[in-house]
Structures are given as structure tokens and as C-alpha cells.
Design a protein around this ligand. Structure first.
Ligand code: AHR
Length: 495
């Protein structure tokens, strides 16, 4: 392997470089298809599937292994139809709700605020409540904040105690509407900025020491006007974050299959996924212009690959399979977030169970971990680690797209981790990592790949795509040389 053939990547340690917020590894669970009902939540009365307060134990265990830092709920588009008061108190008294955005199913509101917040406690994850602005009221939102966070005497805190919960949950993260440019109300940026100011004014002050973090519904993809308007029209002391949404979709009217895709569809998916780099860069440029001190964070609270749903799956609204293409999407997008850790402080993969780029799929008693689960597991080493800036010299191109994606960090124990993705479907890629300034003596790693891009984990073959030990990295004189196989993802660890 000669240095000339290899792509050279410089990885350095800079004292001022940011911490990669663990919240970049956040998740999202919406009332949609079989994400909550028939997925995560099987009901307290279920005697067949082992559960804790109705939530499947196998899912809880799998999620704990991911160290999930935060979980966003109840939507999505569903959030702007959801009235939280209908989901607390005795279950038999709860009204139903028709899930008008997703399949028109009638839900019984049996999974509500207590179930969600208790689950987050069980997982050690920060809850992120996405509040109803589109069809709700300011009063409804501040009542929710009082219900979950107030530890004094107040109507909502007293009601919480009546419903069996003494201590407030101290919820920090609050979304003020979702996709308010679309399903959340079809608002203009200017109109929403005003509405946002109104809602945000009444939200803090219920929580003692708990900081309430108000998250504005942000732009879709390249809607820079939206970000510009929010940054210009909303006082920054009212807004802790702006949340961008960006899915890797090839065509909204024909999204293509989740498994039987061809080379052309693969290329288009990667083209879309890699746009995250451009969108994040440009939204940050706007934020820097209005907020050079970096008070307002950029969140990407919905991201992932979105394909046509699997037609044969009952109630499977937005249910899709998960292949090596999803590994390529997750690996490259997470590298982008890591590399922009200065401003990107949270991201939420859509969605956790049985919906879109899920980490978990279920079929009655069966549960499997998808290839994307394994990416999140391999990348968890970056959570709260210090970013090590990396510079790729002369990237190889795959049909005009950069074939190699890299990010690196040093964790609190001093270990370094380098995540590398080769999206080229056919060609192996020799790489030389220059880590001469990092004082590393040993290197080991894991690789995630499979023979075919279309390979996936099924209920009959749940271990088809799993991480394997990677022995191909050689460390010599401050340089690591390796060959990254075609369509594969590698995470190296050095100490
Ligand atoms: O994640 C599915 C949907 O995508 C969400 O409900 C909505 O916010 C977005 O359009």
C-alpha cells in the first residue's frame, strides 16, 4: 500500500475544538404506524410480550445499550394534533384521538405523558416534548410545562400528584410546534416567528432549577429564508435552538423501495444524504451572522432515509427495511454532525421503532436490531468526546460525490475514535490517517458491511449485518494505513 495511492487524512488535536454533544445521538418516537402502539408499547395487560409498564423489555434493553441521550415525542406532525391532557388520568376515562396524518387510525390515548417520561427515566434519556402549536393554545402548553416540571402547589402539579407522580420530571427540552411551515399550520416564517415569541414568553418559570430549552420549529432542507427570519425576528433570549429537518428522499412522489433498489437509486439516495453537509453549513452561516456568540443552537430533530413503505406489513405506515444503504446514510450524516459540533447540539434519527430509518423492528413477539442500530452503537463513543478536526486531502469521487467521510474525537478517558465511511459501492479505498500529533500506541477497530448493499437483518436472519472485528489497520510512525472495503463503515479506536 503506497502513500500515493491512498487518500491522506490529517487528524489533529486543537485546544479550542468543541465537544461533540451526546445529544447528536438522539432519537424520535412518534404516534405513527407501529412506532408506539404495536411497537414500543404493548400495554400493561400484555402477558405474552415481557414488558415494564407496557413497554417491551427487549426494546428497553436494546436501547440501553445505545446510551440514548434524548428521545423526542409525540411527533412529528402528530404533535400539532395532540392534546396532552387526554393522555393522563385513568385510562378508561381517556377520549380517543384519530391520527389524521398517519393512517387515520383511532388511538385510545393509553400511552401518554406518564408512560413517556417514565420510559425516559428508565432509559436514562432526557425527554424532549414536542408541543402542539398548530391546533393547541399557549395555555395548553404552559399547563404541560407546569404539569411535568412544577414542584410547588399549582393546579397542574396537584393533578400530577393525583395521577400518581409526586416529583416533577424536570423536562428540559420543549419543541414549540413541528414543521410549522407544513403540517404544523402552513405558516409563513414571519407569522410563525411572531407566534413563537408569544408561546416562548410563557414557558419558563415553572421548574425551579430546571432550565427550559425552547426549540423553534426550523427550516426544511435549504429553506434559508426560514432560518434568517427566525434569527432576525425572534429575540435570542427567547429561543435556545432552531430545529432543521432533512430526510434523504430521492423523490417525494416516488421514494423507491427500501430493499430492492438499483445502483441508480443508491446513488440518488447518497446524493440526498450528503446534502446534509451543505444545508448544515449554510444554516450555520446564517446563524453565525445574527448570533456570532453562538447562543442559539442548531438541532436537526428529524433526519434519516425515507423510502416507500413495505406494502405487505399490516398497519405499517412508513414501515421500511434497513440495509447497508442506511449504514452509509447514518455514518456520513453523523460524521457531518460531529464535524459541525460547534453549532449542531442535537439530532434525532427518524424514527426509533418500525418507522422510517428505525433502529428496532418488531413483528409480534420478535424484535430485531437493524444495521442502523449497529451504526448508532459503534458511534456512541463520540458522545460528549472532544472533536478532533480531520482534513481529507484529495477525496476520491463516486460519480461526483465524495466517497470518503470521516470524523474523529478523543473521549474523556483519552482514547481516540475515528469513524470512516466508504460509500463507493464497488471499490475498496486505501487510506492513510496522519495522527502523528496524537500520541497513539495501539489501534483496533470494527467494521460494518455486507456482501450486497441490499443486505438487511430479517426476523429469520437477524444477524446478517452486524459489526465484525477489523484487523486491517496498521499503525507505524504516527500513521495508520488501512483499506476500507467498498460500501463499508469502520470505527477505529486508539490509545
Ligand atoms: O417522521 C415522519 C414525519 O416527517 C414527521 O411527522 C414530520 O415532522 C415529517 O414531515
Amino acid at each position: 500500500l503506497s502513500a500515493q495511492q491512498s487518500i491522506v487524512v490529517q487528524i489533529t488535536e486543537e485546544s479550542g475544538s468543541p465537544q461533540i454533544s451526546k445529544h447528536i445521538y438522539g432519537h424520535f418516537a412518534e404516534h405513527l404506524g407501529r412506532c408506539i402502539y404495536e411497537g414500543l408499547y404493548v400495554g400493561e395487560e400484555n402477558k405474552i410480550i415481557p414488558n415494564t409498564d407496557g413497554v417491551r423489555n427487549d426494546i428497553i434493553e436494546a436501547l440501553k445499550e445505545l446510551n440514548i441521550p434524548n428521545l423526542r415525542w409525540p411527533g412529528g406532525c402528530f404533535a400539532d394534533t395532540y392534546h396532552w391532557k387526554d393522555g393522563v388520568g385513568p385510562k378508561e376515562d381517556r377520549p380517543t384521538i384519530v391520527n389524521r396524518w398517519w393512517g387515520g387510525t383511532t388511538e385510545d390515548n393509553s400511552f401518554g405523558t406518564h408512560n413517556f417520561l417514565n420510559l425516559c427515566e428508565e432509559l436514562g434519556a432526557e425527554p424532549y416534548l414536542s408541543a402542539n402549536v398548530g391546533s393547541g393554545t399557549v395555555q395548553e402548553l404552559i399547563d404541560w410545562v407546569q404539569y411535568t416540571n412544577h414542584d410547588g402547589i399549582s393546579p397542574m402539579a396537584d393533578w400530577r400528584r393525583e395521577n400518581g407522580r409526586e416529583e416533577p420530571w424536570k423536562v428540559k427540552y420543549w419543541g414549540v410546534g413541528n414543521e410549522t411551515w407544513g403540517c404544523g399550520g402552513n405558516m409563513t416564517a414571519e407569522y410563525y416567528a411572531d407566534i413563537y415569541r408569544q408561546y416562548a414568553t410563557f414557558m419558563p418559570g415553572w421548574s425551579g432549577e430546571t432550565e427550559v430549552y425552547r426549540i423553534a420549529s426550523g427550516a426544511s432542507e435549504d429553506d434559508y429564508h426560514w432560518t434568517e427570519t427566525l434569527m432576525k425576528n425572534v429575540p435570542h433570549e427567547l429561543m435556545e435552538a432552531v430545529a432543521l429537518h432533512d430526510y434523504a428522499v430521492i423523490d417525494w412522489s416516488n421514494k423507491g423501495p427500501s430493499v430492492n433498489f438499483d445502483d441508480e437509486i443508491y446513488f440518488k439516495s447518497m446524493e440526498q444524504a450528503l446534502k446534509m453537509e451543505e444545508y448544515v453549513t449554510k444554516h450555520i452561516e446564517i446563524m453565525d451572522k445574527y448570533d456570532p456568540e453562538g447562543k442559539v443552537d442548531l438541532f436537526v430533530d428529524e433526519w434519516g432515509g425515507w423510502y416507500d413503505a413495505e406494502p405487505e406489513v399490516k398497519n405499517g405506515v412508513l414501515y421500511q427495511q434497513n440495509t447497508i444503504r442506511d449504514v452509509m446514510i447514518a455514518g456520513t450524516v453523523l460524521n457531518t454532525f460531529n464535524n459541525h459540533a460547534r453549532r449542531v447540539k442535537m439530532a434525532n434519527l427518524a424514527q426509533m421503532v418500525n418507522v422510517l430509518q428505525a433502529v428496532i423492528l418488531t413483528d409480534e413477539e420478535k424484535m430485531i436490531k437493524t444495521p442502523t442500530y449497529h451504526v448508532m452503537h459503534m458511534y456512541k463513543v463520540h458522545q460528549d468526546a472532544q472533536l478532533l478536526p480531520s482534513k481529507i486531502d484529495k477525496n476520491k469521487m463516486f460519480r461526483g460525490l465524495p466517497a470518503l467521510s470521516v470524523s474523529a474525537s478523543r473521549d474523556q478517558a483519552g482514547k481516540i475514535h475515528i469513524s470512516l465511511v466508504n460509500i463507493d459501492p464497488e471499490n475498496n479505498m486505501p487510506v492513510e490517517l496522519d495522527i502523528s500529533g496524537l500520541d497513539i500506541k495501539n489501534i483496533n477497530g470494527q467494521v460494518l458491511t455486507s456482501d450486497r448493499l441490499q443486505d438487511y437483518n430479517s426476523f429469520d436472519d437477524p444477524e446478517k449485518v452486524t459489526p465484525k472485528e477489523f484487523k486491517g489497520a496498521k499503525l507505524k510512525k504516527g500513521k495508520i494505513s488501512l483499506v476500507i472495503p467498498a460500501h463499508s463503515l469502520i470505527v477505529l479506536q486508539g490509545k
